[in-house]
Design a protein around this ligand. Structure first.
Ligand code: GDP
Length: 195
């Protein structure tokens, strides 16, 4: 059941810092500014919860949140910073690979894609990592309120086409707007079925 309170647990910078794998978890990945914090806040109904991940110094941490007693929501750092120093990027990629391939309780990754922009090269990189780690992933389109209804099908077709080579991708897409609340209950139900 997707119920109960959400709380920030900790920011993790290395595998040995992960909390005990004692409940199911889902993770959220996406380019910086895709609307990931807003989505986590909307999902949990807790304003300001995911802000920690956006404050300087926290951006390279894997942020853990509880959702009720049985679920962890895991906020992966936003990617696609053009000017992050290479050692920072490499350290982060190592941690990400270890996390994705080594976390037994990770049930699904949600890859957030700005509905206005569709899937870009950096998004495909993370999708390829997820394929290799055999982590099933589902695309969540964000900021749906910013796209006119008559443009929906065209963008959806692009996204479906770009997903087709990825064996770990679920074909079902989730359209969301954190602003309008669209798709939020759908996403909660999806997460609840993973318990
Ligand atoms: P993050 O960097 O991925 O955590 O992105 P944020 O959640 O901080 O959002 C980035 C910007 O997009 C902010 O200005 C948000 O207000 C805006 N935003 C996020 N979600 C939505 C949405 O569903 N609709 C609209 N119109 N704007 C959004």
């Amino acid at each position: 059941l997707f119920a109960g309170e959400s709380e920030f647990v900790k920011g993790v910078v290395a595998m040995d810092g992960l909390p005990p794998a004692d409940r199911v978890e889902v993770c959220f990945a996406g380019r910086s500014n895709v609307g990931k914090s807003s989505l986590i806040n909307a999902l949990t109904g807790t304003k300001g919860l995911a802000r920690a991940s956006n404050t300087p110094g926290r951006t390279q941490e894997i942020n853990y949140f509880t959702q009720g007693p049985d679920i962890y929501l895991v906020d992966l750092p936003g990617y696609g910073f053009a000017n992050a120093p290479l050692p920072v990027v490499e350290k982060w990629q190592r941690l990400l690979k270890s996390y994705l391939s080594g976390r037994q309780t990770l049930r699904r990754a949600f890859v957030l894609i700005d509905f206005r922009h569709g899937i870009k090269a950096v998004d495909e990189e993370i999708m390829t990592l997820l394929d290799k780690a055999a982590v099933p992933f589902q695309v969540v389109l964000t900021k749906a309120d910013k796209v006119k209804a008559w443009d929906h099908e065209r963008t959806l077709a692009q996204v479906r086409q770009k997903l087709s080579p990825h064996p770990a991708a679920y074909p079902e897409l989730v359209l969301t707007s954190s602003e309008k609340g669209e798709g939020i209950s759908t996403l909660r139900s999806i997460i609840a079925t993973l318990e």
